[in-house]
Design a protein around this ligand. Structure first.
Ligand SMILES: [Zn+2]
Ligand SMILES: [Zn+2]
Length: 98
């Protein structure tokens, strides 16, 4: 009984903090972006799955292998978008802010 009460007291602030944080991130629309940043798969606007790791061609002309939105090893510019392998629609980088 005492243990239960103690546990409730100890966990309550964290639960509150967590739900508060969740509310903030939901209102500013972060979860989707954050999930997209950590996902192993990218989804095009039409719903096709594309791997984030692969071969990419930078706008500077360099081909490189690795994460879709990692900086290019030549010009250091991260890709703003990648083309869907299935339908060629542009998949916007979750890191792109503008
Ligand atoms: Zn480049
Ligand atoms: Zn597609």
């Amino acid at each position: 009984m005492v243990v239960k009460v103690l546990l409730a007291i100890l966990t309550a602030p964290w639960v509150l903090l967590w739900s508060g944080l969740r509310m903030i991130t939901t209102t500013i629309g972060l979860p989707g972006r954050f999930q997209a940043m950590n996902a192993g798969t990218l989804f095009c606007p039409d719903g096709h799955a594309n791997p984030v790791m692969g071969r990419w061609t930078c706008s500077c002309g360099a081909n490189y292998i690795g994460h879709a939105f990692a900086p290019c090893p030549i010009c250091r510019m991260p890709a703003g978008w990648v083309r869907c392998e299935c339908c060629s629609l542009a998949i916007r980088s979750p890191w792109k802010t503008s």
